[in-house]
Design a protein around this ligand. Structure first.
Ligand code: ZN
Length: 304
């Protein structure tokens, strides 16, 4: 799982701040929240005051701070869940929360306005070489890669549940359509913790491992079975990594894609099939352990 580099994060922050300031987003948001507070004077006062006092943090909060902000807004979060279930605590809380949600949702639509919204520029600045959730789809790869235009901008904290993070720089995770639409969907990453590509690395928690099933690596039958093992099973990051493996169905997808990975070695590193097969069999017989380290290190380096 690819981590977003600090350098790219800084560049993204710079252009994101320019976008916010050119659209007066901080001022507009503060004014809107004050307007909502005055309209519903006795509703969620603690939460709305917190939002007014921390307006900037809803847009550029550091990745590690999201959980703290969410914990400061329990009543609004509950109300949003009620609304999503078609329920409501009372009229005033319903209308107030709906207005907050609508405001941030509209901001998001402005941000992604087609044909060419600011969001597509941001994707490029993050400098990813492939989808950070699955590492299966490469950007601009010679072999079936994605282009920036068709990458999705996922909200790490689901924007239906946490609309106030709809336009939050470090809540954006550029990823492939498959991860976003087929696997991540509406999952709540606040309730079930996952590796956040903005500051955590999958590699620090787990390592690839595999078993050789069949010597003919180009046969129709699978020759390797890829799995994961823990580097330190007591770490919280290990549990987060396990949740990622489950959410994005990585074991199944990696085993399905393994022939593609071999093809990338074949094309990407210009190794002939015969040489690659001989090489793998020789290593399997002679020094499987070293081979594992070698090929898996290359897989990580090449961002598979
Ligand atoms: Zn993906």
């Amino acid at each position: 799982m690819q981590k977003i580099k600090q350098l790219h994060s800084k560049k993204a922050k710079k252009i994101f701040l320019e976008y916010l300031s050119s659209h007066n987003i901080f001022e507009k948001t503060k004014d809107k929240l004050i307007e909502i507070k005055n309209k519903y004077p006795n509703t969620f006062s603690k939460e709305i005051n917190f939002m007014i006092d921390n307006v900037e943090n809803f847009f550029i909060t550091p990745p590690k701070m999201f959980d703290k902000i969410i914990k400061n807004l329990p009543e609004i979060n509950n109300e949003i869940k009620y609304i999503l279930l078609g329920l409501s605590l009372n009229n005033s809380s319903y209308y107030m929360t709906s207005e907050i949600k609508k405001y941030f949702t509209n901001l998001y639509f402005g941000f992604t306005t087609r044909p060419r919204g600011f969001s597509s520029d941001l994707l490029k600045v993050f400098g990813l070489k492939c989808c950070p959730y699955c590492n299966l789809f490469k950007l601009d790869s010679k072999i079936g890669g994605l282009s920036y235009e068709i990458m999705h901008l996922d909200h790490f904290y689901n924007r239906a549940l946490y609309p106030y993070f709809s336009v939050s720089l470090y809540n954006f995770i550029p990823c492939c359509a498959t991860c976003n639409s087929c696997y991540k969907r509406e999952k709540d990453f606040f309730e079930i913790k996952h590796i956040n590509p903005h500051f955590e690395s999958f590699d620090s928690a787990v390592k690839f491992s595999f078993e050789m099933i069949n010597q003919d690596i180009f046969s129709e039958n699978q020759s390797f079975y890829i799995c994961f093992s823990a580097k330190n099973s007591r770490k919280l990051s290990f549990q987060k990594a396990l949740n990622c493996i489950e959410t994005f169905d990585l074991v199944k997808r990696y085993n399905k894609e393994f022939p593609t990975i071999l093809n990338i070695f074949y094309f990407g590193f210009c190794i002939t099939k015969i040489k690659l097969t001989k090489f793998l069999i020789y290593l399997k017989n002679a020094m499987l352990k070293t081979f594992q380290n070698l090929i898996l290190k290359n897989m990580r380096t090449a961002n598979f």
